[in-house]
Design a protein around this ligand. Structure first.
Ligand SMILES: [Zn+2]
Length: 305
């Protein structure tokens, strides 16, 4: 089961205690269905639990006879075939058959509890969510563009920031960021999905820390190898111009150790020296070596030129 449908199944199982919230959720379920007019009321969903909820809530709240049909492909079609039933539904929520553009009728959302129930209904009818392992993205596909503004204001009142966009002429309201999505899921009562989302986030954050640390170690190794390569070039140059043999013994020893062990860190090189040298002792000598090489290169190119 996708994450999206497991959230919906969790919500579709939720009990609703207060009548005001039952009405508000039913309003959300209907208003955000595919059609909600005097001539057609229709919802299509692949989630059977959502279909059952829609069916029972509409029947109970509006006292009408909805019809639930399931196609062979497993898609549930919910409708209200009787014209007088559809008028009854509209009137239950303070709408009339004459309305041309539907707005959210706030009279159906008495309290904060009702707004949350309404958003839950909308979620069940028209929202989907990307698997949080891939991306934090939750969106409501507005069946009617005019509803977008009203719906965003309701989310704002619940302190859930959202964004709006148009996709192929269809209004989309979406949430990004795990925190905002968690807030929405908590508000509409999807507690176990919220916990699941938090777990995914903790796991992802941990994996990021581990990756960052691994990258950091790789960077250190790269730096060591690059420095060793430069030092090897310096030593080769000094030998070429016959200066290598003239180096003081202590400097020559470190240079040879470096040349023969390019992969070792400075402190590891120090341990190979006789007597042993500290990390900074090795560093000091190698710095001197490269300064000397730089100086001689300059001189060398002058005499050549
Ligand atoms: Zn309520």
């Amino acid at each position: 089961m996708s994450f999206s449908s497991s959230v919906k199944t969790e919500l579709a199982d939720l009990g609703v205690e207060r009548d005001c919230c039952l009405k508000a959720e039913t309003y959300g379920l209907l208003l955000f269905s595919r059609s909600f007019t005097a001539s057609e009321m229709l919802l299509q969903t692949e989630n059977r639990a959502v279909a059952q909820r829609w069916y029972h809530f509409v029947k109970k709240v509006c006292a009408v006879k909805p019809v639930l049909q399931e196609s062979k492909a497993g898609v549930c079609h919910l409708s209200i075939p009787s014209p007088s039933d559809r008028i009854k539904v509209l009137e239950t929520f303070g709408h009339s058959a004459q309305e041309t553009s539907l707005h959210v009728n706030r009279a159906n959302l008495e309290d904060e509890c009702c707004m949350q129930a309404f958003v839950r209904g909308a979620f069940l009818s028209c929202a989907s969510m990307t698997d949080p392992n891939k991306e934090y993205h939750l969106e409501f596909l507005m069946p009617r563009r005019r509803l977008s503004g009203d719906f965003v204001s309701i989310l704002n009142e619940l302190q859930i920031p959202s964004s709006q966009t148009l996709r192929k002429g269809v209004g989309v309201i979406y949430l990004k960021g795990s925190e905002h999505i968690e807030d929405l899921l908590t508000n509409i009562g999807a507690m176990s999905s919220t916990l699941q989302l938090m777990n995914v986030k903790i796991y992802k954050d941990m994996r990021n820390v581990i990756n960052r640390r691994a990258n950091c170690e790789t960077a250190n190794i790269t730096r060591t190898v690059e420095a060793a390569l430069t030092q090897a070039e310096d030593i080769a140059f000094l030998s070429e111009i016959g200066e290598f043999e003239k180096l003081p013994a202590r400097l020559r020893e470190v240079a040879i150790l470096r040349r023969d062990n390019p992969e070792l860190s400075l402190s590891e090189l120090g341990k190979l020296a006789t007597p042993q040298l500290s990390r900074s002792g090795v560093n000091h000598r190698l710095t001197k070596l490269s300064e000397l090489a730089a100086e001689l290169r300059k001189k060398h190119s002058k005499t050549k030129g």
